[in-house]
Design a protein around this ligand. Structure first.
Ligand code: MN
Length: 191
């Protein structure tokens, strides 16, 4: 197996109540596991087998793009959380957020709005471009800002499997609760 699912740096019950143990076990333990297993099947014996995951995302399309990007997106999503998160960015990153969005609260509100308005399955991202400018974007299905030349910093999974066990149809409540576990020191390191 080329790609191995990394172990989460917290226990499955550590993100509750924002994300329950059951959701972590299904979402990371079963959905993400399946994306990585299918990715490994698809790259075996092809030129993609020697590529880094990001390179596959930038160059593949169709089913391979979908599995590779979903594998990457979920690792990016789950590794930004902590049961004891740093609740605010600092330094130049904090200044850039204030300059771009007015305040951290406004950035959160805009991401929640983008998540609530996204039709169907997808992801909401905070990314930066080569000039260090910050953007909130939505992608459908397995989409990833890497294919648009952007560097992702933070992501919210807006597929129903991300929140339905805990919030049912209350997607806005899920989007709002995410901030209780986002570790801004992780996001700042990605900037
Ligand atoms: Mn998901």
């Amino acid at each position: 197996m080329k790609f191995v699912q990394p172990r989460l740096p917290y226990s499955p019950d550590a993100l509750a109540p924002a994300i329950s143990q059951q959701t972590v076990e299904y979402h990371y333990g079963k959905h993400e596991k399946a994306y990585i297993a299918k990715l490994n099947e698809l790259v075996e014996g092809t030129a993609f087998a020697d590529m880094a995951l990001e390179e596959i995302i930038r160059t593949a399309d169709g089913p391979l793009f979908n599995q590779a990007s979903q594998a990457w997106n979920h690792i990016f999503y789950f590794f930004q959380f902590s049961p004891n998160p740093v609740k605010e960015p600092s330094g130049k990153f904090a200044e850039k957020i204030k300059e771009t969005f007015g305040s951290l609260d406004n950035l959160k509100a805009e991401m929640e709005k983008a998540g609530a308005q996204l039709f169907g399955s997808g992801w909401v991202w905070l990314s930066e471009d080569e000039g260090g400018n910050l953007f909130i974007t939505q992608t459908s299905n397995a989409g990833n800002p890497l294919t648009d030349g952007l560097t992702p910093l933070l992501v919210i999974d807006v597929w129903e499997h991300a929140y339905y066990l805990d919030y049912q149809n209350r997607r806005p409540d899920y989007l709002h609760s995410i901030w209780d576990i986002v570790d801004w020191s992780v996001i700042e390191t990605r900037y």
